[in-house]
Design a protein around this ligand. Sequence first.
Ligand code: ADE
Ligand code: ZN
Length: 335
Amino acid sequence: VEVSNFIRTMPKAELHVHLEGTLEGDLLLVMAERNKIDLPFDDADGIRRMQNETKTGLTNNLVNFLRCLDICREAMRTAQDYYDTAMAFVRKSAGENVVYLEVTFDVQQAIRQGVALSECIEALSRARREAKRDHGIDVQLIACFQRDHPVENAMETLMALDPHREEIVGIGLDNYETPGFPELFAPVMSAARDRGYRLTSHCDVNQPDSLTHIRECVDLLGVERIDHGLNTAQDAALVEKIVSQRIALTGCPTFHVSMTSAPSDRVEMIKTLFHAGALISLNTDDPAQFGSGYLSHTLAACQAAAGFGDDEMIRFMRNAFESAWIDDRTRSEYL
Ligand code: ADE
Ligand code: ZN
């Protein structure tokens, strides 16, 4: 799709984007080389081929997508890798007038891959400061715990984050959507709330227990946002609950499909939620994994597929600023 001048120049916010999913092929190949990692491809075409193959597998899209993402993000082995990835994304975002970013990273993954937690946070904090200083972009960090890893490890990692509390605005849950994860992770999220973190959780699109998971994330975990959560649209009572409790949804219209299109079932769910008055925003999730577009392309693809007008795109963007984890004074400067 064409990105209109209106979309390109509108001041934008993004609340749901994984640092590891912004790692583009050129940087990935450099990183793999310097870290002596063997990738199953040796050029950007090979990466794209692998990514396309995951879209046609037999298991569900999330599982295929994450296998593919894992191959790429496993090349991130040093704090410098985290810094370089963050700065490349900041520069891309600056180029399309993004003014506010909440960037998620998988903190356990960094530790597993040998990056010392304090060095990782220091690298990302430096990227935050430079984003502000050189590009005027406010960046906040969300540390995500992976639902397919032991809950004990999430709890330990939460404690290890204590010295870095001021650098992290919120805690999320992501990766494979394991059955019953909200109940399992309730103690971790409760401990995170006690520490003053804002809370979110992924409930990916069209998962086996999507509706139960969304309800439980609100009721058992007390999250303020759901990442994705689009299946809410299939249950009128849940729509009513999300709207009345002002739970924000960070929709990703192009997730795991080409940046130039948004699948129609997802677009229909976004329309239903938007018109019901839900606090739903539009985000990229993992832009480097899907093709050659970032937030502007995602907005344009959704606008084209749904037939939204520019005034409706403004409302989506207002929803993003409304659900951003900033104080009301800062919010009023954006709105
Ligand atoms: N990691 C990166 N993107 C993700 C998604 N959409 N769901 C779960 N984990 C992810
Ligand atoms: Zn995500």
